[in-house]
Design a protein. Structure first.
Lengths: 347, 171
């Protein structure tokens, strides 16, 4: 099997570095840094692109035009203007807040959302850490994102931020369980938690969205809740708790929260693509192109959700998770087990 | 407050900050996020401005933030009573610099039909520094868009405002 374009590009960079330095250990370290740099730049670029995309998608859903003045007739420089403005805003530290915890919170939130990118197979072999417990580790790290929300809410010394932080913990914890249980179906079919093995299994059989439709639906709902997007955006529920845990953050600190939110949106779309839509596999076009096509479709689907559904209430949302999604995920596990047993005994 | 003003006078000949200033002026003027606060019927027109027919989003001003910490512009849309004045002033004070205020409608400009009332603030410039006044009762959405474009012009060219003030002062 021929290499994907990303691996070929990595090979070229490695050749150049070997030519320049010669030392194999040094080249290996530098190649890891190149990979990290590539991932960070993907995240930062995606945040800029997605703010623009979100405003345009929102505009088209509401029969509007969206930004079309700043930077040409498509308003392409709008996110740049927003970013520069946020950088130049005053940095307010509220009175009576816990300074250290308060200022650590936005930075810490960005860490798990950036860290899980090392487990995503972007193309054939283009994966930073292909560990054998990949999916488990990914879920474990992404669930760490709960803590910074609570830190920010608790340290702000504001009642709205406090309630917002508490809500985030309740929401993310209760949606973590059905998400993990729905993904067990995928792991059972593959027989491995290695991300590259999951993609390989879909190439040899078929996309898991066809074999695991219930798990796919549960995953889609829980992923929307995990990224705090409408209909589950109770974290920054402006009609009830102003802006949730972000209430006291201004300027660049708030922009970091925003950045992490869009990094989460991208990672959740990549995860859907990898687990259910066959990853980077596809005919004719190179793997990386297929991968990004599927990811962009998933991002559009999540934006579509956001601008179509109204917001739920907190008690409805929690009881929906524990009383509907979790039993459904357990039933899906049972059905998958029975299906695998029948398949193995019949064939 | 501009970046130019931060430079000490003795260094004025050695430091060039004009491009940074121009860049930040461009960014601020093209990304004004209003606080989603409405006091009376003008707020209905304000909502209509952001909706499908008039579409404030074309200029990039549609991001109505619920929280004063993340917004740049306070649109005082409606009648301000003395009872409501302290919360509104507090909202203004919670906003980070640079911040702007638009007085929308007759009530916000001068009390409107309630100018003689004991309970209505006769013009919000008694309590807040106003950048742009938009007349009307209530002003149409086009008028609000025009007011925000005037604010954009004011941010981009503060010297024009000074010039106009001088002209008015000299008759």
């Amino acid at each position: 099997m021929h290499n994907g374009i990303l691996l070929t590009a990595a090979g070229w960079i490695r050749d150049i570095l070997t030519f320049l330095f010669g030392n194999e250990l040094l080249v290996n370290i530098l190649m890891t840094l190149v990979g990290i740099g590539a991932i960070i730049s993907v995240i930062l670029t995606s945040a800029i692109v997605f703010t623009y995309a979100e405003r345009k998608v929102c505009a088209f859903m509401q029969v509007r035009i969206g930004p079309n003045r700043v930077g040409g007739r498509f308003g392409l420089l709008q996110p740049v203007a927003d970013m520069l403005k946020l950088m130049s805003k005053e940095d307010i530290i509220p009175n009576g807040c816990d300074r250290v915890v308060w200022s650590l919170s936005p930075m810490l939130l960005f860490v798990p959302s950036a860290l899980i990118y090392s487990f995503f197979p972007f193309d054939d072999g283009a994966i930073l850490a292909d560990v054998n417990v990949g999916l488990f580790l990914l879920l474990a790290i992404s669930s760490q994102a709960v803590l910074p929300f609570l830190m920010g809410g608790y340290a702000s010394n504001s009642k709205y931020a406090m309630i917002g932080g508490m809500r985030t913990v309740a929401q993310m914890l209760s949606y973590e369980a059905p998400m993990a249980f729905s993904l067990i179906g995928v792991v059972m079919l593959t027989g491995s938690m290695k991300m590259s093995a999951i993609v390989e299994a879909q190439a040899t059989h078929t996309w898991f969205v066809l074999l695991q439709p219930i798990a796919f639906v549960i995953y889609l709902i829980t992923a929307t809740a995990e990224t705090n997007r409408t209909p589950f955006d109770l974290v920054e529920d402006e009609s009830e708790i102003v802006a949730g845990p972000f209430t006291e953050y201004s300027g660049m600190r708030w922009a970091l929260f925003f950045l992490a939110e869009y990094a989460n949106l991208l990672s959740i779309s990549i995860l859907t693509t990898t687990l259910f839509l066959g990853g980077w596999h596809g005919p004719v076009l190179p793997g990386a192109v297929w991968f990004w096509l599927k990811v962009l479709v998933m991002i559009f689907v999540f934006m579509w959700f956001r601008w179509t559904f109204p917001r739920t209430r907190i008690d409805q949302m929690l009881s929906f998770s524990w009383k509907v999604l979790l039993p459904l995920a357990l039933v899906n596990m049972l059905l998958t087990g029975v299906g695998i047993y029948l398949y193995q005994s019949l064939c | 407050m501009e970046v130019v003003d931060l430079v000490p006078p003795e260094l004025k000949n050695n430091v060039v900050v004009t491009s940074v200033d121009a860049l930040f002026k461009w960014a601020r003027s093209n990304s004004i996020w209003p606080l989603s606060s409405g006091l009376a019927c003008c707020a209905i027109e304000m909502m209509s401005t952001a909706a499908a027919r008039f579409d404030l989003a074309r200029f990039g001003y549609e991001v109505f933030r619920p929280c004063p910490r993340q917004s740049d512009l306070l649109i005082v849309a409606g009648t301000l009573t003395w009872k409501m004045a302290p919360p509104l002033i507090r909202l203004y004070e919670e906003m980070p610099e640079p911040k702007y205020v638009i007085a929308m409608g007759s009530c916000a400009i001068a009390g409107g039909p309630f100018a003689d009332s004991y309970s209505v603030v006769p013009g919000i410039d008694e309590v807040l520094p106003v950048d742009v006044y938009i007349p009307g009762c209530p002003p149409r959405p086009e008028a609000l868009i025009d007011g925000m474009l005037k604010l954009r012009e004011k941010i981009q060219h503060p010297e024009r405002v000074e010039k106009t003030k001088e002209q008015v002062a000299n008759g």
